[in-house]
Design a protein around this ligand. Sequence first.
Ligand SMILES: [Zn+2]
Ligand SMILES: [Zn+2]
Length: 144
Amino acid sequence: MIDRTKKYWTGDSSEDIEEYLREYSENEHLDYRAVVCHVCGNDALELRVDQNESVIQIKCPLCGTKKILLDCEEYWEDASPRLRKCSVCKTCKQFNVRIGFERRENGDVRWVYEGDRCVNCGTLGSFLNWEINYGPTTDMEQNI
Ligand SMILES: [Zn+2]
Ligand SMILES: [Zn+2]
């Protein structure tokens, strides 16, 4: 459940990120993927983000696994990603992450929305969204 009474919305579970992204993107029909560590299944992840280059890398604080998401590898070399802290509680560096895909009529992804939830204070947010202007997008979508 999302709590909308504060300046920044908070959620008590990672599922709330989907509702947050629905409103943030103004799109009822996003297609969602949960992002978890492929090695240990942990879903409280550190995020390295460059908002200018639209790249994001996750790192699992439990087992150390890193993963550059989706098509961000292509832009990673030119990027200056920074480790993100929650802007509200100012201490926590771990987030639940979901990706929302907006699709074209042919099924390819047109736009990617990243959404996150601070595991400490529950604040919901989005560091990134970016356009995809190629197809097919099947491989890109599965690279999470
Ligand atoms: Zn892990
Ligand atoms: Zn927080």
